[in-house]
Structure formats: structure tokens, C-alpha cells
Design a binder for this molecule. Sequence first.
Ligand code: HEM
Length: 474
Amino acid sequence: MDQSPPPIQILEPGQVPDPTLALPPRQPQPWDTVAYIADPDRFCRQNFHRHGPVFRTSVFGGTTVFVGSAIANQMVFNGDLKYTEIALPTTTMTMFGEHSLFQRPDLHGSRKTALRPGFTGANLDHYIPRLDTLIGQGLGTWQPGDRVPLFPAVADLCFDALVPLLLGIDLNDSQGDPWAGLSLSAKPQLCSLYQTFFDGFYGLVPWNVPWTSYGRGLQARSQLLEFMAGIVARRRQETQTTQSLDPRNDFLAMMLAQQQADPQGVFSDALIQNQCLLQLWASHYEISGLVSSWMEQMGRHPAIVERLLAEQAQVWGSAPDGDPALSPSALKQLPILESTLKETLRVTPPSSTATRRLTRDVVVAGLLFKQGWGLVAEPRIAHIMAEHFQDPDRFDPDRFLGDRNEGKPYTFIPFGGGVHACLGAQMALVVAKVFAIHLLRQFTWAGVEPPRYVQFPLKHLKADYCIQLRSRSR
Ligand code: HEM
């Protein structure tokens, strides 16, 4: 019988750890937070090469262990209610609000289960024709010959595509008045509030006053919640008039339908408004990061673009009579496209995972992790490990195809993993695929200069990075 200890061992409260156990390498240094924020890629890469995939730091105060190995990631991702708690600064937790999935671990499972249909399965399939139209229309404003500031241009189109899918309204609707009865009256106002809200998450001064970014973020948060409350009230009124609410139409409709079916269930008005606020925020920044980084990569890899075109021709034929509409089944037949998106997420993961704090001593692969320490599972480490990815510095989508099948759970972690694994991962890939198909049909493009990235808090191309668009002759 195998007598070896389990790979993840949780010590009982009061249990004294074996004194011969080693701690993760590296002494935390006072400058770690500044070094990490200044350049997270370099911080992770340098320390990984010196100390291996698990090392101690003082990032965000106290001892925080950065991890990238599969077994340590697994430990970080699955400790809720057993040996970890979410350890975000109070300011960040307040910005998320009490109805986010990072609050109340006791309610996390029921809330997550209730939210899931809004981003997956039949509802997600149902969004595709609408997404196809919205992204097609949006890209109609891009012209061959344009020099496009990539991240802001993609972010603008993503916003226009995501608002209808999440909130059920089209802010560009020229037929009616999409702003009627709402507390805001124009898209720039809404986007600017979102930017202030976003900046508030990372404010260093935790005072709720107008001269801190945290204070301004909180102010923006309440204005955005008032806006969401208006949208919810308007939808409820429309539903009462028309007597119809198709839960597949959009995320808000799904939540309202569940509320109608079970008024005492998960979906209180406050939770619905907070979820509208958060999911639009999360999906918008993350998907914009993915699509723009994918475009940057494709601009540098024409041979891969040729393979993507051949794949599309196989699905839709090489001389389409106009551009055929996109269907859920067709989107599932594009493994090469999917592999390029995954490879983009591997080399430029938009976000790290949230910090956890250990509530018990834990032993992982012979290393002692002490109660009270912070933990961050970092894709920036996991994704550059040769044990996880062959020749990791190479952009090579084939690693996700066929027999190679790299990217196993806990090694490929752009969407986190375990208990808090991203709820919008499938939706992100679907939106990115629709974007990519339209782009490939219409344009060729190349960067006008080497790419430069904003690294923190989310990784995306700098706003002034431009591409040159050309028409794809077919
Ligand atoms: C490229 C796109 C995206 C990336 C890279 C991404 C990344 C992540 C990561 C790393 C986590 C885990 C955080 C942790 O464990 O601390 C997460 C969680 C989450 N994501 Fe995403 N995300 C993306 C798109 C989306 C979209 C489109 C939505 C919804 C519309 C979404 C909703 C969520 C939610 C609700 C959670 C929390 C899940 C939980 O706590 O159980 N994300 N995401």
C-alpha cells in the first residue's frame, strides 16, 4: 500500500508542523510590492528562474507566496471554507460589493450556480446571432487604410456588444431612446464612470473622500448602481406590459426570470444590480484585452492567419455568397482559431488570480505554507514552465491541438481554476471568436511598432499602440 503523504496536507488547528519541513525559497524583500507593480512579468520571470515555481515575497504586505506549479495552484484554488479565505484589501472588497462572488464563501456555491446559465449553454448559444450582428455592425466603422489605436478601438466595440448581451439594451439604438428613464444620458458618461470605478479598486489610500481614487471609485459605484437600478426597473415594467420575459435573451433577463420563479431565492434586487455592474466591468476589460492581444499576435504571424483562413473556408466554403451567419455549431468547429486564442491567453494572460490567505498550515509537495500567509497563483509563472508547456517562449498554438494537448487543468490558468474558476470563460471565447471571424473575413493588419503593454492591474496593450488595417481581397 502507498504510504506517501497526500500531496496537499492540511494541518489540524494546533498541530505542530514537522520541524524538518522546508519553507518555500526566497526571503521576502521590502521592495517586492513596488517591483511587482512596476513590472509583474519581469518580477515573476526573474524569481521563477532564480527560485523555481514557488517563492516567498512581501507583495501587498506580510508574506505572500507566488505559485505556478500545478499542485500548488490546485492548493490555492480549492481552499475556500477549508484552509483559505479571499484576502483582498478592504477597499477592493468594498468596490466588489457584498453581492459579489468573492464575498460570503458560505453563499458562493448557490450564487455561482444561479448565475452560471447567464454565461453558458443554451443562453450563450442564443446570444450568438445577436453578437454576430453587433460585432459586424461595429466593425463596419473600421475602414481599410485606417490606423487604429488597437486596445481603445476594440474596447469600444466590445462595450457595444456586451451591453446588449448583459443588460438587454442597445445603447446605440437610433430607433428608440435607449436612455429614457435612466440616470445617465450618454455613453461617454457611462464609460467614464466605469473608468473611475475601475481605478477605485486599486486606490492605495483607503479613505472615502473625493480626493482619493478609492473615494471617487465609490462615488462612481453608487452612480453606476443607480443606473443599473433604472435598467432593472424599466425592464420589469416592459415585462409586465408585454407579459414576456425570455431568460435566454440576456443576463439580466435570466436573473429576472429566476427572481420571478423564486422571489425568496438568490436574486434579490440588490444582487441583480450589483451583478449587472460587476459582470459588465469584468467581461469588458478582460475580453478587450484578449481580442486586442490576439490581433497583435496575428499581425505578427501571417502563416497562422493562412491556417485560420483555410479553417474558415472548410466550415463555410471558400467562395461564400456574402458572409454566412454564424451559428453555435459552426463556432465549435474551429479548433485552430480556439488554439490561437488560448495561446494568446497563455502568453498574455489579462489578469492574475485574487490573493488568498491561509487559515491553516498546509504542506504541499514537502513545503510548509504557514497560516496567515497570502497566496497568489500566477499564470505568469505557470505559463512559462517547461514542465507545463514545451518551448514556452514560443508562440505556438499547436500546443493546444491533437496529441500534444498541453494546457491541462492547474497548468493553464488564465481563467483561474477550482472553486472560483472564471464563470465567463466560455462566453469570453465565444465573443472573441465572433470578433476574430469578422476581422479575418474583412481585413489584414499589422502593428506599426513593437507592442507595449500596461502590466498592472490588468495586462493589455498600451492605448497608443496602433495597427494599420488593409482590406482582405477575396
Ligand atoms: C478573457 C476573459 C477573461 C479572463 C482572462 C478572466 C479571468 C478570470 C480569473 C483569473 C478569475 C479567477 C479569479 C480568482 O480565482 O481569484 C475569474 C473569475 C471570474 N470571472 Fe472571469 N475572466 C474573463 C472573462 C469573464 C467574463 C466574460 C465574465 C462574465 C461575463 C467573467 C466573470 C467572472 C466571475 C463571475 C468570476 C468569479 C468566479 C467565482 O468567484 O467563483 N469573466 N475570471
